[in-house]
Design a protein around this ligand. Structure first.
Ligand SMILES: Nc1ncnc2c1ncn2[C@@H]1O[C@H](COP(=O)(O)OP(=O)(O)O)[C@@H](O)[C@H]1O
Ligand SMILES: [Mg+2]
Length: 412
């Protein structure tokens, strides 16, 4: 349909033609014909107006009533707060009420958000008529970080509106936490690598200097250096595995794995270590029916190796490690538990054991060749397998680490 400007120009041109014709003594029928056409066009325009669908103007907020504006603001997922020059809250959207339940209309913003920098930025924004940004860090009741943007409101005819500002908050707590974890991780990893490296460098100096011609000392130092080198290699291997597992974190492994056979192989592989430490490894399910899970063979071997090795090393004093597997058909889960009878773990440490580099006792872990990454790797592998790790421990009575994996249901 013809609308707006084109229509107006048609009417204008037609009117002009009619005028010319009237003065030019044109025949009556021609004038009548043109008049009718003009009338029809006019009628059409009116009809068009009446049936036109109401559309939102280009700037819906500017032409909206306060109630419409509030509804539009509520639809925005970010917390939005509107304040006047004195810092009094004019309006708040739904997300802002959730982020700051203490925010109340017609009360000072500082009652709910106590932050001098925010007030300063607000004043600056209003006096300079220019948007500004800052990061707002809250400590209580929870630690949260917001990226804050304050913009002066330029629309609005009345003086009060012209003096207002819109504050938009974006919760960046998760992002900051991830960043902090990465920084800590790099610091920890570097520290763990630097310790054996410093030891190697120290022995190199000694061997080049004071112990140059001391054959016995050389043999001893070289053995320590080899040991420290191996420690660095283990650490790098663990770091690489962790990053590889993290990269494939969202890809569910596909292979069909039989757990009992896999466990037998892992137990065989660790029998020499167990013998050396005077620990008896007992697999309680030798006649058990097979259990299948969807998984990655190498990664599952890694899980059980880590757990059984920990049980042998840290539970050595108990002299025995029991490994049991059972299926929970109702929950469609396979549960594999590794139980030792050593000193166990105090309850305050249990929730943190799967954190990278977390160790109950760094000295003991180092002495036993640990990197502090074993359980973190276990947790990541199990997450990828949609499984979980359960840790139960009674100090002085030992610890039980249970791996729970979803069973693969094979049609009969
Ligand atoms: N079976 C266990 N009994 C007692 N403590 C354990 C046991 N398994 C793990 N731990 C504790 O958990 C810590 C973290 O284990 P892990 O991530 O495998 O690192 P690592 O063995 O390299 O030190 C160990 O240093 C140890 O303090
Ligand atoms: Mg370990």
């Amino acid at each position: 349909m013809i609308r707006g400007r084109p229509l107006r120009s048609i009417i204008l041109v037609a009117g002009l033609v009619l005028l010319v014709l009237a003065f030019a003594d044109a025949p009556r029928w021609l004038i009548a014909l043109l008049g009718t056409a003009l009338f029809l066009l006019g009628a059409l325009t009116l009809l068009n107006r009446a049936t036109r669908r109401p559309t939102l103007p280009d700037n819906a907020l500017r032409e909206a009533s306060p109630r419409q504006a509030a509804a539009l603001l509520d639809a925005i997922a970010l917390p939005v707060i509107m304040v006047d020059r004195q810092g009094i809250v004019l309006s708040i959207n739904a997300a802002a009420k959730i982020a700051y339940p203490a925010l109340i209309q017609e009360t000072p913003l500082s009652f709910a958000i106590r932050n001098p920098q925010l007030v300063e930025l607000l004043n600056r924004t209003l006096s300079e008529k220019q948007a500004g940004e800052m990061e707002l860090i809250e400590k209580v009741p929870l630690e949260r970080s917001f990226s804050v943007r304050i913009a002066p409101v330029s629309a609005g005819e009345d003086a009060a509106m012209r003096e207002a500002a819109i504050i938009t908050l974006q919760d960046i707590t998760g992002m900051r936490r991830t960043e902090q974890m990465r920084v800590d991780f790099i610091a920890n990893a570097s520290h763990e690598l630097r310790t054996p490296l410093a030891s190697i460098m120290g022995f190199v100096d000694t061997l080049q200097g004071p112990a140059k011609d001391d054959k016995a000392a050389r043999e001893r130092f070289l053995a320590i250096m080899a040991e420290q080198g191996q420690r660095m290699a283990r650490l790098i291997d663990d770091l690489l595995s962790l990053s590889r597992i993290e990269q494939s974190a969202h890809v569910m492994p596909e292979a069909d794995i039989e757990i009992i056979t896999l466990l037998e192989a892992v137990i065989d592989g660790l029998s020499a270590l167990a013998y050396e430490r005077g620990v008896k490894l007992a697999f309680l399910n030798t006649k058990m029916q097979k259990m299948r899970v969807k998984g990655d063979r190498d990664e599952l071997i890694r899980v059980f190796e880590n757990l059984i090795e920990n049980a042998i090393k840290y539970g050595q004093s108990g002299g025995r490690v029991d490994i049991a597997a059972m299926s929970e058909p109702s929950a469609q889960e396979a549960i594999i538990s590794i139980r030792d009878f050593g000193p166990g773990i105090a309850p305050e440490h249990v929730p943190r054991l799967t954190e990278r580099f977390y160790r109950v006792d760094i000295g003991t872990s180092r002495e036993k060749g640990g990197t502090g990454l074993g359980l973190a790797i276990v947790k990541h592998i199990l997450n990828r397998h949609r499984g979980r790790l359960r840790i139960e421990s009674q100090p002085e009575k030992g610890a039980t680490f249970s791996v729970i994996l979803p069973l693969l249901l094979v049609p009969h």
